[in-house]
Design a protein around this ligand. Structure first.
Ligand code: COI
Length: 359
């Protein structure tokens, strides 16, 4: 009876939280169906590098010339973050300073004016507060935040933009991949194209890294795969990452993931999973992982802000398909780390790392 009462209470809470907006919290996907009504915007002139205080405004089109640097030459970096309603009945972010730092690193790589960390954090927190009705009830999903830094000023000859815009917009989201959060995904190893090369842009979260993968991703989806894994451009031997997330390979109590050498994205979830897994007794190695080793693994999973921890059900390489575990069932390590990470992010579990940031 106590269980029934608890279920009733959480159903009432969910109903109260969702009463202001007409959103079916049980059928959230990953899209703009429930985009937040308010966005934050600040600007900076490259002449002095000083940022405006910024302000909230209704979500809508950006005023930009067709000659905007970002539209012509691609000065654009972004972040992905999530705000969640926690078990402590408050809204929390996860390691937002790490996103602020990564955006500043990306800005430096693309010769852009970086927003100061304080402005980035204020922009994100104000966006969450203004859109708090869009934060799903606890456990139903999250408010995905997209901080975007653009070289928005006009320029014709190749050079950095004369001015920059920081925008943060958001949307209520659920699971990234079809089938729900812990449904295993089917990956195929890409053997024609590479995502990045040594000395290139693979380690930068810039807009330009995401469209070149579409040609392979869309072809793979047509064949029934969820996404594509890329190999290193130098030897075609080692795993790099999936189009939208990092990758981990499990054998016994050892977990391996490709090292950060500038060709893969330094994921905040990647970093967190490495620390979490080590704290739970796993040996985690950041070393090159060959595709042959991956085909022999006990288990594979991917990580990212959008995908969280996604178990891999199968990996296909040069026509050979390897199934991991029971079809439809997440592997035990992915499940354990998913539970730990989301438990911590939703304040259902203690946070010994100090990663949770109340808004
Ligand atoms: C994220 O995981 O937040 C990303 O930015 C990846 C994107 C393809 C959704």
């Amino acid at each position: 009876r106590r269980q029934a009462r608890r279920l009733l209470c959480s159903a009432q809470l969910a109903a109260e939280q969702s009463s202001k907006l007409d959103i079916d919290w049980d059928s959230l996907g990953f899209g703009l169906q429930h985009v937040g009504a308010t966005m934050f915007m600040a600007s900076c002139s490259a002449a002095d590098g000083k940022w405006s205080a910024g302000e909230l405004q209704p979500y809508g089109p950006l005023p930009m010339y067709p000659s905007a640097q970002a539209l012509n030459y691609g000065q654009a970096v972004f972040e992905g973050m999530k705000a969640q309603r926690s078990a402590k009945d408050r809204i929390v972010l996860f390691r937002p300073e790490a996103n602020a730092e990564r955006m500043a690193e990306g800005a430096a790589r693309l010769s852009m004016c970086p927003p100061p960390k304080e402005l980035f954090l204020e922009a994100v927190c104000k966006t969450v507060e203004a859109n708090s009705d869009f934060v799903p009830p606890q456990g139903k999903g999250s408010l995905y935040l997209r901080p975007l830094l653009l070289g928005s000023g006009p320029i014709l000859g190749l050079g950095p933009a004369p001015s920059y815009t920081l925008v943060v917009y958001c949307a209520s989201v659920g699971s990234y991949f079809k089938g729900g959060q812990l449904t295993p995904i089917d990956l195929i190893v890409e053997t024609r194209f590479h995502r990045s090369a040594p000395g290139g842009m693979g380690g930068t979260k810039c807009a330009g890294n995401y469209s070149p993968v579409l040609v392979t991703q869309l072809a793979a989806k047509k064949e029934g795969y969820s996404d594509v894994v890329y190999l290193d451009a130098k030897t075609d031997t080692y795993l790099e990452e999936v189009s939208s997330c990092n990758i981990f390979v499990v054998k016994g109590k050892t977990i391996r993931t490709p090292p950060l050498q500038g060709t893969i994205l330094p994921g905040v979830t990647r970093r967190s999973i490495i620390e979490l897994a080590r704290s739970r007794g796993y040996t985690v190695e950041e070393v090159p992982v060959s595709v042959d080793e991956a085909m022999q693994a006990d288990e594979i999973f991917t990580t990212g802000t959008a995908v969280v921890v996604s178990p891999v059900g199968s990996l296909t390489y040069q026509g050979e398909r390897r199934q991991f575990g029971e079809p439809g069932q997440p592997g035990p390590v992915a499940l354990e780390l998913y539970d730990q990470l989301t438990g911590l992010q939703q304040e259902k579990l203690a946070d010994p790392f100090g990663w949770v940031h109340p808004v």
